[in-house]
Design a binder for this molecule. Structure first.
Ligand code: UDP
Length: 380
């Protein structure tokens, strides 16, 4: 296939990301498979990105993630400087067939404003947008610019202007899903794990409370705001409370953390993360927000660990209730479901991941959407 795609990862983190980085991880998972399918990829990112691609474009030498903590106008300034560089690149050449953009609302607005001579664009929505309609507003120049979601539920909740320009959804994928059903199975321990940023939407307070009530050992893995290790948070002192996720952890979660039945281990990465999840009895998602894509959910299936979750956001699309996990609308029921999840076959979880959530499946679906976006643009 002769298709050249400019993949706009934005200025925040290198690709692949050095640690946490949801969007950058999605791109790092997608691009190798696209190239295997014959797509040429021009990566617009920062200078420190190491993902193998056909060409690179960058404005900033390294990731500008710390700018996201600064006032809004400075955040926009960084995004706009990056996007101006991307726009210059697009204007200076005519071999880019399509832009695949991942830069929040500003990326979409810039692409829409670039005028009819710019290549068609597909913008992937990564967040739960129902709470942020103003961020996107209306979409000008829209026939050339299309959007896709990472789940049907995310799209259904998105502002109307975005839904009017949607070409569908593509579920997230994980490299762990490749041949997941053929990999050796580590022995299961007794623990339950919650994997994700510590945040009210992810519901670690519910998990901790239920662990004590239903007597199961619980491991909370993930950062609290900018703190990746318990000792870093302990050393940070009172100033750390300025961060809302730190306040949530200290006020709502920490009182249940006894270092025995309930532990917070900070961010776990690489093989440690995979071992922790693969040896868990259950991965628990006591969600209070509408999870848009759920990378950690598909990772859990790929590692052969059943999922117990509130039936919010994309969870009913990813989890087959009774076969790969158990879902409920009532968070108080989650504790009983954790105990009941012993009936779910880990091998079935792995098979499901190997069929539905591999990078190859995701890339194939994106290639279909690229074709669709180009057809829609040329039909105008
Ligand atoms: N993650 C990790 N270590 C942790 C906690 C989370 O590697 O201690 C990873 C997790 O495996 C997943 C990502 O962070 O790949 C979280 O993505 P997800 O879509 O689940 O949630 P988000 O944070 O994007 O809402």
């Amino acid at each position: 296939m002769s298709l050249t795609v400019l993949m706009n990862a934005g200025p925040w983190l290198s690709v692949p990301p050095p640690g946490y980085g949801g969007i950058e991880n999605v791109i790092a998972t997608l691009v190798p498979e696209l190239r295997r399918l014959g797509v040429r990829v021009v990566l617009a990112s920062v200078g420190t990105s190491t993902l193998p691609v056909d060409e690179r474009v960058s404005v900033f030498p390294d990731g500008q993630f710390s700018a996201l903590q600064r006032p809004y106008n400075q955040v926009c300034g960084v995004a706009q400087a990056h996007l101006a560089g991307v726009a210059r690149e697009l204007h200076s050449r005519d071999d880019i067939d399509l832009v695949h953009d991942h830069v929040e609302a500003v990326g979409l607005a810039t692409l829409a404003a670039m005028g009819p001579d710019a290549p068609p664009a597909l913008h992937t929505l990564h967040w739960d947008l129902a709470k942020h309609p103003a961020l996107y507003g209306h979409l000008d120049g829209g026939d050339r610019v299309r959007v896709n979601g990472v789940s049907a539920s995310q799209l259904a909740r998105a502002p109307q202007a975005l839904r009017d320009h949607s070409v569908g959804h593509v579920h997230l994928a994980t490299p762990l899903a490749v041949d997941a059903h053929r990999r050796p199975r580590p022995p299961k321990g007794r623990h339950v794990v919650v994997l994700g940023r510590i945040n009210p939407g992810k519901g670690q307070d519910v998990a901790a409370r239920l662990a004590h009530r239903c007597r199961f050992p619980l491991v909370l893995a993930g950062p609290v705001g900018p703190y990746h290790r318990p000792e870093d948070l302990a050393a940070a002192g009172d100033e750390a409370r300025q961060n809302p996720d730190v306040r949530f952890f200290l006020d709502e979660v920490a009182p249940h953390v006894d270092g025995d039945r309930v532990r917070w281990v900070g961010t776990v990465a690489g093989q440690d993360r995979d071992d922790l999840v693969a040896s868990a009895r259950v991965t628990l998602f006591p969600l209070r927000w509408e999870e848009p894509g759920g990378t950690a959910v598909v990772e859990s299936l790929a590692l052969g660990t059943p999922v117990v979750a509130t039936a919010r956001g994309c969870l009913p699309e990813l989890i087959d209730h009774g076969r790969t996990g158990l879902l409920t609308d009532d968070e108080e029921q989650l504790g009983e479901l954790v105990l009941a999840a012993g009936g779910i076959d880990p091998a079935q979880c792995r098979r499901e991941a190997a069929t539905r959530f591999t990078p190859a499946v995701m890339a194939q679906r994106y290639v279909e959407l690229y074709e669709r976006v180009r057809q829609l643009a040329s039909a105008r």
